[in-house]
Design a protein around this ligand. Structure first.
Ligand SMILES: [Zn+2]
Length: 147
């Protein structure tokens, strides 16, 4: 599995999800899953597959007349990287609020809640968080207060 983050677009992500759960697929297999659901033509899927190979998210090998695709990145890693990417756009001081907002938005089972509670119990609080935004990108650097 690849170490460095692979950035994938929303459409590429749809394709990756099929490949992760089908393990190994050709364009036709992906088209069968997404063609009608997403209103995509075969050409669209082939373009997305080509981009994913170029990005190092997929490997491809020829098998007779068709090309088979296999994931080089796993789903968990891509979700982790996308989450890190999202958090990198937020002032470090606002991340706690953002996580609380996400929790408020989502539906959770008792098991999910238990898992999150365990995470929180293990979390070591830090005394304060340093903002490393460029001055002007958040409230922290304003003369009167901020967050
Ligand atoms: Zn900041």
């Amino acid at each position: 599995m690849k170490e460095e983050p692979v950035k994938i677009s929303d459409s590429e992500w749809e394709v990756m999800r099929v490949i992760w759960h089908e393990d190994c697929s050709d364009a036709k297999g992906i088209f069968d899953v997404l063609g009608v659901a997403k209103d995509w033509k075969m050409a669209t899927i082939k373009t997305l597959l080509g981009r994913l190979v170029k990005k190092g998210a997929l490997s491809t090998e020829q098998d007779g007349k068709k090309f088979l695709y296999r994931p080089l990145v796993n789903e968990r890693q891509v979700i982790h990287d996308a989450t890190s990417e999202l958090l990198s756009h937020i002032c470090a001081k606002k991340i706690g609020h953002t996580v609380a907002e996400i929790l408020a938005q989502v539906e959770l089972t008792a098991d999910d809640i238990q898992l999150i509670k365990e995470q929180l119990t293990q979390k070591e609080p830090v005394a304060s968080i340093q903002c490393d935004c460029v001055p002007g990108q958040c409230e922290c650097h304003k003369k009167n207060g901020g967050m």
